[in-house]
Design a protein around this ligand. Structure first.
Ligand code: IMP
Length: 339
């Protein structure tokens, strides 16, 4: 993992009135917020330069909504690294693993989050979403990219390939590059999708896409959920997995459509070798039928009847499934962001 950008640079000056003309008039920076006894804020390219009176900014203010934690620096300085929302949780874990105390994990009232720690010299180090300063996310595109599909599930690989083909993306399978499948150790679909994509991106040096998905049955408390593949056993036998689900539904007397509600979730993650990962989620609701119907699709498709449909995913042509599926919905968000 590597820090990918700086968002704020902070300097200190005891007399703000004296430094303002230098930055504003001599350097030509746009001063967009001034309170001359405390702070001057400037835009500078895709960063902001902040200048504080050290006596004022080191004073802790009573905690209240919208009052950020005091930097507490007296000239040593403060730096803020740009991080997307999804990266902030990972930074938090990584810093904690390294034994670095989190000083504050702060939500800005107008949107965005900041994480504050100290470097060993006592400097204030922040990780924040660019939107806290109304700055855009880094522009990313997959147009013309070569993309590793980090999945060893043939059904999913085919669907991801079908979805990407119209965009002219060249795909290569993780298995063709001899990349091993990492263990899915996270507790959420998004966590596992991220883990698989990052593993493939780091190992290949290329951008990588992965899907983590599954079936969540309401009256089974969301099972099989992230364990959907595991319920099919070592031979990936989905007739067995569907029987497992049905037996559990029968055991609790779930025979009416209302008690057989379920949804598929797909979390698609795209990871770049420079350390950034973006994640997109989609969901489709429906009910589970028995016996299973149809031979199209894969996994639990034959027992899943999407809301408002008369055919199960197992009976639908691929195009019909793509029009409503959880994966296609996650993919639409990805397309919006990356093409
Ligand atoms: P994983 O994401 O590789 O852990 O496995 C997800 C499992 O969820 C798959 O093996 C399927 O059993 C199930 N699943 C995910 N998406 C679908 C789908 O579109 N149709 C049917 N089953 C699915």
């Amino acid at each position: 993992m590597r820090a990918t950008g700086i968002l704020e640079t902070v300097l200190y000056a005891e007399n703000l009135g004296r430094v303002r003309p230098f930055y504003e008039d001599v350097l030509g920076l746009e001063c967009f917020q001034a309170s001359e006894d405390r702070q001057l804020f400037f835009y500078c390219g895709d960063q902001v330069l902040l200048i504080f009176d050290p006596a004022k900014t080191s004073l802790a203010r009573p905690p209240a909504a919208g009052v950020p934690p005091a930097h507490g620096a007296r000239g040593a300085g403060h730096v803020c690294f740009r991080a997307e929302a999804a990266e902030l949780d990972r930074w938090r874990s990584r810093l904690e693993e390294a034994g670095i105390a989190i000083e504050a994990d702060f939500e800005w009232p107008a949107g965005g989050r900041s994480l504050y720690v100290r470097d060993p010299a006592g400097n204030s180090v922040e990780f924040a979403e660019p939107r806290i300063w109304r700055l855009p996310r880094r522009v990313r595109t997959l147009r013309g990219a070569k993309l590793v599909v980090a999945s060893h599930n043939r059904g999913k690989r085919k669907e991801i390939d079908d979805l990407l083909r119209p965009f002219g993306v060249e795909t290569v399978m993780a298995s063709d590059l001899g990349l091993p499948e990492p263990e899915e150790t996270e507790a959420t679909f998004a966590g596992n999708a991220r883990l698989k994509a990052e593993h493939a991106a780091m190992a290949s040096g290329l951008a990588a896409i992965s899907d983590d998905s599954g079936l969540c049955v309401d009256s089974l408390h969301g099972d099989p959920g992230i364990y959907s593949a595991r319920w099919a056993g070592p031979f990936k036998d989905f007739a067995l997995a569907m029987r497992n689900v049905e037996e559990k539904l029968q055991a609790i007397g779930a025979t009416t459509p209302d008690t057989r509600r379920a949804h598929f979730i797909s979390a698609l993650a795209v990871a770049w070798p420079d350390g950034e990962t973006r994640c997109y989620e989609g969901r489709v609701d429906g009910i589970l039928v028995w016996p299973p119907r149809g031979t199209q699709g894969f996994g639990y498709d034959p027992m899943f009847l999407p809301e408002g449909a008369t055919l199960t995913f197992g009976e639908m042509e691929p195009q019909a499934k793509h029009a409503v599926s959880h994966r296609a919905r996650a993919f639409a968000k990805l397309v919006d962001d990356l093409f």
